[in-house]
Design a protein around this ligand. Structure first.
Ligand code: GLA
Length: 386
């Protein structure tokens, strides 16, 4: 792919690329919708991701082209025109990164050309947007030899989502894409940003990624609504409890005080945030002890909580996860990422992978009417130069 990209780069811009980089996508093993509630998350970067090539220009123009959105064509603007523009489509993600980086670094005094191409399926909840944010930042860091730490770039990526795009996401996606390591997951405490690398080794079991292939719609507004519901539940609990986030509560403490949250829906949202945080800590322990059965059970419980208390699954994700849970050789399955559509993961014995795919495909096609997709990919490094 990279050689073809280099050829395309020369055709598009008439010069050879100076720098190149890769940013992965991610799965989240467990710890869903906990990252904006001060809880733990347990993601891993994957070998699917976004590749990018870049050169500096002599003028102030910025030209962006994606092989994944050829119909959108070349997006062109100057260093002085860094506002969100709906017509700029996918390019708003890199544009937001350019905006915040150039506000911080006066070294960015020229324009540049960037070509990108990714193999993360679009809208699959595998973080193609955080991947392109971190990729853009890394290319610019290389071009202008910026003194930019990984954590600072991660925070810029999150700021692009929150302030430029308008999704109030937490820091999980940018963090794992910035800090990931091959064959390691990261247990991240989103309250303190302390983190540990944990070998993502499951003995004879592997992680299968199952894509609903459903186009996402209204995900952003539903996501922001969930976050607002958790914040409101927290405010109710703070009448009696001295806590800064739901992540500080044990399930027992939550149950003692849950009546302070009058609204039944908000109470369930908060219960998910608290119970999921406990499951994430338990899953970390289970993995450290090679207790894969226990790990799988926690995946199943996570899915149920996301379905019943958080209500972010839907028939497509439920069909994938619940069918997978019944297959011989599967220890557990759950949706991954924001939900509503996108992907689920299953922890499956390496000899049962085909059976999982066959049984899940059959049930899914029967109920939903079209086929899911499956991916088996390794755990990757975070963003890096090539
Ligand atoms: C999206 C967001 C993350 C996180 C997950 C849900 O991927 O970008 O910050 O909240 O959803 O766990």
């Amino acid at each position: 792919m990279l050689q073809t990209m280099h050829d395309k780069f020369e055709t598009l811009f008439g010069v050879k690329a100076e720098v190149s980089a890769f940013a992965p996508g991610r799965i989240n093993l467990i710890g869903e919708h906990t990252d904006y509630n001060g809880g733990y998350v347990f993601p891993a970067a994957i070998e699917l991701g976004t590749y990018g090539l870049a050169t500096k220009r002599d003028d102030k123009l910025i030209q962006l082209y994606s092989n994944n959105f050829e119909e959108v064509g070349m997006i062109t603007f100057t260093l002085d025109e860094l506002e969100f523009k709906a017509a700029h489509d996918w390019a708003n993600y890199p544009k937001g990164v350019v905006k915040y980086l150039s506000e911080q670094f006066s070294d960015i005094d020229h324009g540049f050309n960037i070509l990108v191409e990714g193999n993360i399926p679009n809208g699959a909840s595998l973080s193609s947007s955080a991947s392109i944010e971190l990729l853009t930042g890394w290319l610019i860091k290389q071009l202008f030899t910026l003194d930019l730490e990984r954590l600072a770039l991660i925070k810029i990526g999150q700021r692009v989502e929150n302030k430029f795009i308008g999704v109030n996401s937490g820091i999980m996606d940018q963090f794992i894409i910035g800090m990931g390591k091959a064959e390691q997951a990261i247990l991240l405490d989103t309250a303190t940003l302390e983190f540990d690398y944990v070998p993502a080794k499951f003995g004879d079991y592997v992680i299968s990624i199952m894509n609903t292939n459903k186009r996402r719609s209204l995900t952003e507004s539903k996501y922001n609504e969930r976050r607002a519901q958790c914040e409101s539940a927290l405010a109710s609990l703070q009448q009696a409890l001295d806590i800064a986030s739901l992540g500080e509560l044990s399930l027992e403490q939550f149950e003692q005080h849950q009546d302070l949250i009058e609204d039944e829906v908000k109470r369930r949202r908060a219960r998910h945030a608290v119970s999921e945080n406990e499951r994430t800590k338990k899953a970390h322990r289970a993995l450290a002890e090679n207790n894969f059965n226990q790990f799988g059970k926690l995946l199943n419980e996570s899915h149920t909580s996301l379905k019943e208390d958080y209500e972010v699954t839907g028939i497509e994700l439920d069909t994938l996860a619940e069918t997978a849970q019944q297959v011989d050789g599967v220890l557990g399955a759950r949706m991954t990422g924001a939900g509503f559509a996108g992907c689920a993961i299953a922890l499956v014995h390496k000899d049962s992978v085909k059976q999982l795919e066959n049984e899940v495909s059959k049930q899914y096609i029967d109920r939903i009417g079209y086929a899911p997709s499956f991916y088996h990919v390794g755990i990757s490094d975070g963003v890096k130069s090539l």
